[in-house]
Design a protein around this ligand. Structure first.
Ligand SMILES: *Cc1c(COP(=O)(O)O)cnc(C)c1O
Length: 367
């Protein structure tokens, strides 16, 4: 174990609670728990074990992750969110018993040329306006016909992804295009359109018993639209608490400056605590003076620039704080709770990026 005081505590009970919140919004729809990117930095296997049997399956990105789940004895359905990246992955995918997204003509051709022991369920991705992955709406009917004729393919589900489910624009335009595609197709098993934002804002649109929602960020206790509604207002609990300790204290005179670039200058006598956490741990470097942080269970603010291994907290009004005092960078509960979304907003980023950026040098403690 590292001797630095920093660690990320992962509370799997909160993950299960947040999954239940997703379930409560989903009606009869089934739920893929999205655990790509090492479960948004929370740890693939602990997260999968916590949700196995609760979720209807797991959505992820890399075949190696699917193999890890199977090796760990987890037999839940798995959706490969971007399908296979080369023809060589198709056989192993079929052997692992996963469901694959097919989003492009080259994937379709690889599939047609594959020799498989058993057929693969397919989520056919339609590009309804995000212009990232997917077939054009006018191509969908032809692709479905080709898929339906393949011995390599089991059931086909129609899928899309919304670019602005979290903004004022919403999903209406893309949903309308998707509806037109769907209406022309008899062979479709179901639909999959909802990320966290869609599930929370447009539950009536997600397909009822034919729907497969794909919540990610909400499972980890952050809001998909923090400017509109906080995680707490959505009934979500933080899963990850990034915590450390004060490793030193400095007393400042008026005019003293703090950290690289002297970005913060004291205008009165102050006490500041030096926290054992920096951007080398994944804390966002662009979090400036005023970013919320808690020390000794009390909320305060950061001061000046974040360094690689340290940052600075204002403890002028927390006289009981000293070297060794506990610090919460994000997460936690009670008085010292620091929503990850508030840190992200202060840094001009999103909780997704902060969670994913948690550095490998930070030990994860799974509770
Ligand atoms: C990552 C991802 C999701 C989950 O999105 P959240 O905003 O985290 O809920 C859903 N669908 C697809 C295709 C994704 O890539």
């Amino acid at each position: 174990m590292s001797s630095r005081p920093i660690r990320a505590r992962i509370v799997t009970e909160a993950l299960r609670h947040n999954f239940q919140v997703a379930r409560n919004h989903a009606g009869d729809s089934r739920l893929w728990a999205v655990i790509k990117a090492n479960a948004y930095g929370h740890g693939l296997l602990p997260s999968a074990h916590a949700l196995s049997g609760l979720a209807d399956g797991f959505a992820l990105l890399e075949l190696s992750e699917a193999e890890s789940l199977r090796r760990a004895g987890l037999h839940d359905p798995i959706l490969m969110l971007e399908g296979f990246f080369s023809p060589a992955e198709i056989g192993p995918a079929a052997e692992l018993g996963v469901t694959v997204v097919v989003h492009s003509h080259h994937q379709l051709q690889w599939l047609e040329e594959a020799e498989l022991a058993r057929p693969l369920p397919v989520f056919l991705k339609v590009n309804t306006g995000m212009n990232r992955l997917g077939f054009k709406p006018e191509e969908a009917a032809g692709v479905v016909r080709r898929l339906a004729g393949l011995r390599q393919v089991a059931a086909v589900t129609l899928m899309t992804h919304f670019a602005e489910a979290d903004t004022d624009v919403g999903i209406a335009g893309q949903l309308d295009r998707f509806g037109h595609v769907r209406a022309g197709l008899a062979e479709i098993e179901g639909i999959s359109i909802a990320n966290s934002a869609t599930l929370l804002r447009y539950p009536a649109a997600i397909g009822g018993a034919t729907g497969w929602a794909r919540p990610g960020i909400m499972l980890y206790g952050a809001s998909p639209f923090p400017e509109r509604r906080s995680a707490r207002e959505l009934g979500l609990r933080p899963v990850m608490t990034l915590e450390s300790e004060l490793i030193a204290v400095q007393n400042l005179h008026p005019g003293d400056r703090v950290g690289y670039g002297g970005r913060f200058e004291a205008d009165r006598p102050m006490r500041v605590g030096i926290v054992g956490c920096g951007y080398g741990d994944g804390y966002p470097r662009h979090a400036g003076t005023g970013t919320p942080i808690s020390v000794a269970g009390r909320r305060t603010r950061t001061l000046g620039r974040v360094s690689m291994d340290m940052l600075v907290a204002d403890i002028t009004d927390i006289p009981e704080a000293g070297p060794g005092s506990p610090v919460v960078l994000w997460g936690g509960s009670g008085m010292g709770h620091v929503p990850a979304d508030e840190v992200a907003m202060a840094a001009g980023t999103i909780s997704y990026e902060m969670f994913c950026a948690l550095a490998p040098r930070v030990p994860r403690i799974v509770l």
